[in-house]
Design a protein around this ligand. Structure first.
Ligand code: HMG
Ligand code: MG
Length: 315
């Protein structure tokens, strides 16, 4: 029996649930959100190997890097080399983060087909993260999104601090909804709701999604939950019950955000897969294989996997 066969045998069979049969799309953000905040980040070849191995697990979307200021986020400085070095992954969406026109030009110059833009619902985080107010960021992004769409790129949107800001404190759903709406109106195909510091509980996620659903299509929303307080899987469950079917996850629970001190990584891809498959939901992703990728990148970084499922299945 191979190691992946043994892992498959160790997994619990799905129990019938109201969600059985539903399809969920995962956006693997480990190579970007995960690695941007690792104290020791891997070299370009290891990043390319990570992305290639992730693609082989059946993921349909992998965020591969960020064209941001290399002085602010050194771990993403080699994004152009990463994109250029990737093998042909034509059926996979490979977005890159872009903060401004400079970033868009870099993305276009290496042939990216999809970008992700990121704004904050709170002023404090916007100033620290991208050095401008929320309003200024929207003005800046209007031109970027228009230029990207004119060039035929798909644009994904992020809103950070949808529940709590590390600088301004609690953020009300009524502050978040207009920012999400603005991104959708600009032509973002999807907007991901970022609990940047992982402070939300399921009650916050329910309230936020209820507020969103009054004016926005829930199919255009994604959940992006960091796991600082260990609530992220519970928050995924709350979002599933509210109709969300897209989640951003990070292999081995890598990462955090350099401008959100104390925030840990995204919810681990392995943990979310175990939840979804246990609910009988379909992802198209091979969990045992993904666990091996988590082990690969954890070893490359010289740290333990932050995924409880990854550690359990590697035993
Ligand atoms: P700024 O200092 O206001 O920029 O930073 P500027 O336009 O004044 O330029 C300053 C220098 O940066 C210049 O170089 C520019 O050329 C250069 P210099 O003349 O000094 O040598 N520059 C760039 N270089 C490379 N790529 C670029 C670029 N733009 C300017 N695109 C800026 C403004 C937005 C650039 C900066 O603040 C920045 O890069 N911020 C990004 C921070 C970041 O990446 N944060 C993490 C990602 S967001 C996140 O993790 C949250 C998320 O996961 C969702 C969630 O969890 O909530 C998405
Ligand atoms: Mg994030």
């Amino acid at each position: 029996m191979t190691e992946t066969d043994a892992m498959a045998a160790a997994m619990i069979a799905p129990a019938p649930s109201a969600l059985t049969g539903d399809a969920v799309r995962l956006v693997e953000v480990g190579p970007r959100d995960g690695l941007q905040n690792e104290a020791r980040y891997p070299d370009t070849a290891t990043k390319v190997e990570l992305i290639t191995r992730l693609a082989a697990c059946g993921l349909s979307a992998i965020e591969v890097g960020a064209f941001v200021s290399p002085r602010r986020v050194p771990a993403m400085a080699d994004t152009a080399q990463v994109v250029r070095s990737l093998p042909s992954l034509s059926d996979i969406s490979l977005p890159v983060l872009v903060p401004n026109m400079t970033g868009l030009e870099q993305a276009l110059s290496v042939g990216c087909r999809e970008i992700a833009v990121f704004v904050s619902a709170s002023e404090g985080f916007s100033q620290r993260n991208i050095q401008c107010s929320v309003r200024e960021s929207l003005v800046r992004y209007q031109g970027v999104i228009e230029a990207a769409r004119t060039a035929g790129l798909r644009v994904r949107g992020y809103v950070s601090c949808v529940v709590r800001c590390p600088y301004d404190g609690d953020v009300a759903p009524s502050t978040v909804v207009p920012v999400v709406q603005w991104l959708l109106e600009q032509g973002c195909h999807e907007v991901s709701l970022g609990d940047t510091i992982g402070a939300a509980t399921p009650a916050h996620i329910r309230a936020l999604l209820q507020a969103c659903a009054t004016t926005l299509p829930v199919q255009a929303l994604a959940g992006h939950f960091h796991d600082t307080y260990g609530m992220a899987v519970a928050n995924v469950m709350a979002a599933l019950e509210a109709g969300v079917r897209v989640f951003d996850t990070s292999v081995a629970g890598l990462g955090g955000c350099p401008y959100a001190r104390g925030a840990t990584g995204n919810v681990a891809t392995e943990n979310v897969l175990y939840l979804l498959h246990g609910l009988g939901m379909k992802t198209g992703v091979d969990l045992p294989r993904l666990v091996q990728v988590g082990d690969f990148i954890s070893r490359a970084l010289g740290r333990d996997s932050a995924s409880a499922v990854g550690r359990a299945l590697m035993r």
